[in-house]
Design a protein around this ligand. Structure first.
Ligand SMILES: *Cc1c(COP(=O)(O)O)cnc(C)c1O
Length: 249
């Protein structure tokens, strides 16, 4: 298989983000999007290559891969400032393993009070005690598919509220969706993005937060530009940076 030029992929994505941002309607109040490079299935060398090209935020969706890469000796030695995001489902029995990982930056997939309670308790017991609360996003199942994790859009604001009022070891910095795959944009705006932005508006209004204060994680390789146009502030991009993943056998 031909080597994929990670640096070139990364530069293209960064340039596209700048272009879209420059033409985003002014009534969209949102910060500059953060690019999370999704390195799942890719080797440590690809992570290091992107890091050397300036990328700092990386995402993994399988706990086991996050465990391995975040503790990989070469990544630890060569990428001291790396920031890891868990973007896949987190089972209760894996929490302690994940929270101990070096350079863990954010858990993007909190979708129940039960999981939030467990994360809060586990973060409060970490040794040495962390200097900051754990950054999390509330994951919303905007496409209402049974197979996807995430809380229903209608229940997401109360989960956010529950966390921000009761769990002082968690910092709910925003909301996230994966959404349905393969949406045909000739049919108009992506309904998953519309739904997540409505949740965003609800939470901001209920908490008197300015729109810029609540992060929105939506958009992947095939639609991060569309997501940014609608107000996404965290895009999770894998294929466009690292090349295609080998399909699961
Ligand atoms: C794999 C994955 C991505 C990135 O997908 P690409 O299409 O390769 O950009 C983003 N978010 C989540 C949750 C993923 O699992």
């Amino acid at each position: 298989m031909a080597e994929f030029d990670v640096n070139a992929g990364l530069q293209l994505v960064l340039k596209r983000i700048e272009t879209v941002l420059a033409s985003r309607p002014k009534e969209i109040k949102a910060g500059k999007p953060l690019l999370v490079a999704v390195s799942k299935t890719k080797p440590a060398e690809s992570v290091i290559e992107a890091y050397n090209a300036g990328q700092r935020h990386f995402g993994e969706n399988y706990v086991q891969e996050l465990v391995e890469k975040s503790q990989h000796p070469q990544i630890l030695a060569q990428c001291p400032d790396i920031k890891w995001h868990l973007i896949g489902h987190l089972q209760g029995n894996k929490i302690n393993k994940v929270l101990k990982l070096p350079n863990l930056h954010m858990i993007q997939t909190v979708d129940s009070e039960k999981l939030a309670d467990k994360l809060d308790a586990a973060w409060s017991k970490l040794e040495p005690p962390p200097s900051e609360p754990l950054r999390i996003l509330v994951q919303v199942n905007t496409s209402e598919e049974d197979v996807k994790s995430g809380i229903d859009a209608s229940a997401a604001p109360s989960l956010y509220q529950y966390i921000s009022s009761n769990l002082k070891h968690l910092q709910p910095v925003g909301i996230m969706t994966i959404g349905a795959y393969g949406f045909d944009y000739s049919n108009g705006p992506n309904p998953d993005f519309v739904s997540l932005m409505a949740v965003h508006a609800d939470i901001c209004q209920a908490n008197a937060l300015p729109a810029e204060a609540l992060q929105v994680s939506m958009g992947m390789s095939n639609d991060y530009d569309r997501a940014i146009e609608m107000g996404s502030t965290i895009v999770r991009v894998g294929t466009a940076i690292f090349g295609h993943r080998a399909s699961k056998a």
